[in-house]
Design a protein around this ligand. Structure first.
Ligand SMILES: N[C@@H](CCC(=O)N[C@@H](CS)C(=O)NCC(=O)O)C(=O)O
Ligand SMILES: [Zn+2]
Ligand SMILES: [Zn+2]
Length: 192
């Protein structure tokens, strides 16, 4: 039998469309007692599945589900004392709950195209209706967390079936944002 890969429990049965009027809500960690709670004002953007080893994923999932919000719109509401930064050297300052391990938000503070944005996991919203993921990023990276290379054709096929176009870095929209930022810095940006 072919090697079975769970993309993500919220996606394996099909990608559920978000509600166009979704306007944010409360992100909650997985602790039964004293959960960390964060408010996100307004909706999230660029929701996608990420296969990298650094993004938080639920047990058994090969991919995370991750989107961005403006950092100005993210506020820790409760039990922020349980948060710690996973890797202080990383671009994304992932703040994880020290007890359950869920990443609650990851602001980008460095001089970078994504500065001012925070990475969040919409599946942790207590409210339904968050915008559905629309692509899959860092797909080849799932090999680094233990998916056999021989399973990759099946994984990419399944992602396409789910409507999540697979990319081994980010999607063209975000890659263009990064390249535009780099070109501006280099002084080579040309506006048509
Ligand atoms: N192959 C690497 C890729 C890691 C990576 O570059 N992740 C992307 C997508 S989340 C990123 O932007 N990382 C910046 C960071 O982790 O701060 C892995 O899986 O660990
Ligand atoms: Zn927790
Ligand atoms: Zn990632």
């Amino acid at each position: 039998m072919a090697y079975q890969v769970s993309i993500h429990p919220a996606l394996d049965g099909g990608v559920k469309k978000g509600q166009s009027n979704f306007s944010g809500g409360t992100l909650v960690c997985a602790c039964a007692s004293r959960p960390v709670k964060l408010a996100v004002k307004g909706t999230v953007a660029h929701n996608h599945a990420c296969g990298c080893t650094k993004c938080w994923k639920p047990k058994g999932a090969a991919f995370s589900v991750v989107a961005v919000a403006s950092t100005d719109n993210v506020t820790v509401l409760e039990n922020g004392d349980k948060l710690a930064v996973v890797d202080k050297d990383a671009l994304i300052q992932r703040h994880a709950c020290k007890e359950c391990g869920v990443h609650m938000y990851g602001p980008v503070e460095r001089d970078h195209a994504f500065k001012g944005l925070s990475f969040v996991h919409p599946e942790r919203f207590q409210e339904p209706g968050w915008p559905e993921p629309t692509f899959a990023a860092f797909v080849s990276s799932i090999i680094e967390s233990g998916t056999p290379p021989s399973a990759m054709a099946g994984v990419r096929g399944r992602l396409n079936e789910l409507g999540l176009a697979p990319y081994d870095c980010l999607n063209p929209t975000l890659m263009d944002v990064l390249a535009t930022f780099a070109a501006k810095k280099a002084g080579t940006l040309k506006e048509a």
